[in-house]
Design a protein around this ligand. Structure first.
Ligand code: ZN
Ligand code: ZN
Length: 224
C-alpha cells in the first residue's frame, strides 16, 4: 500500500499514513463475522441462508456490509449524520466499496424525505453513493425514486413496528435505466432491513430485476 502523508488518526490521534484511521485502528474496526447469510448478512453457520430469509425471501437479493453497527462505527456514522462530519464520507464509502465483488448495472441512494432533507441539509446515503459511483465506475440514478411518506425515524420505534412504519414509503418511476437490471441500493445503516425491503420492492414493481443492498454498517441482533 502506498503511504499517504501523515495525519492524526481519527480514533487514536496517532500518526496515520493510511488515511483517516491508522492501520492499527482500522484493523480493530468491528467487521461482520466471515460466515453470514448472503441475502441479509446476519451471521449463519458456514455462510448458509438464514432461517428468516428461507421463511420469507426479502425483496432484496444480496447484502454487502462493510462493518457491524457497533463502537466506534456507530459513533462515526452518527457524527456524519448529525454533526456533518462530511470528511467521513469518503472513508466509509471506500470501506464499503472494498467489500463489493459484483458489478451491478446502476446505483441508487436510499432517499430521504424532502422535509428531512431540508432539516439535515444533505442525504448521507447520497454522498456515500456518489463516492462509490466514482470509485467503481457504476452510474448513479439520483432521481429514480422518492420517499413519499415522512415516516417516524426507524430508530424511535420498536423492531416489531418498523415494517409497518415503512409500508409504501417510496415511489419509483418506471424507468428503462433499471428495467430488468441489477440495481444496488446504498445506505449508511441496515437495522431490521425494513426500509431496504420496502425500497427494493418498489424498485422491483417498477421493473428492476435484481437488488443488492450495500450498507456501511449492519446491526447484529446481539448489539441490542
Ligand atoms: Zn489510530
Ligand atoms: Zn438472511
Amino acid at each position: 500500500m502506498q503511504l499517504l502523508p501523515a495525519q492524526p488518526c481519527l480514533l487514536c490521534g496517532g500518526a496515520s499514513h493510511a488515511g483517516l484511521c491508522c492501520a492499527a485502528c482500522d484493523a480493530e474496526l468491528p467487521r461482520l463475522p466471515r460466515e453470514h447469510c448472503p441475502i441479509c448478512a446476519l451471521p449463519t453457520l458456514a455462510g448458509s441462508v438464514c432461517g428468516e430469509c428461507l421463511k420469507q425471501h426479502p425483496p432484496f437479493d444480496h447484502t454487502v456490509a462493510a462493518f457491524s453497527y457497533s463502537f466506534p462505527i456507530d459513533k462515526l456514522i452518527q457524527s456524519l449524520k448529525f454533526h456533518e462530519r462530511l470528511v467521513l464520507v469518503n472513508h466509509l464509502a471506500d470501506s464499503l466499496a472494498k467489500r463489493v465483488n459484483t458489478k451491478p448495472d446502476c446505483l441508487l441512494a436510499m432517499p430521504l424525505h424532502p422535509a428531512r432533507l431540508r432539516e439535515r441539509g444533505f442525504n448521507q446515503s447520497l454522498l456515500l453513493a456518489r463516492r462509490i459511483s466514482r470509485q467503481l465506475g457504476i452510474s448513479l440514478l439520483e432521481d429514480a425514486c422518492v420517499r413519499v411518506r415522512n415516516t417516524a425515524p426507524q430508530s424511535s420505534l420498536p423492531w416489531k413496528e418498523r415494517d409497518k412504519n415503512m409500508r409504501q414509503a417510496f415511489t419509483c418511476q418506471l424507468d428503462d435505466r433499471f428495467r430488468g437490471k441489477h440495481v444496488a441500493i446504498v445506505d449508511d445503516v441496515m437495522t431490521t432491513g425494513a426500509s431496504m425491503g420496502e425500497l427494493a420492492q418498489a424498485l422491483k414493481h417498477a421493473g428492476a430485476g435484481e437488488i443488492s443492498a450495500w450498507v456501511v454498517a449492519r446491526t447484529l441482533p446481539h448489539d441490542h
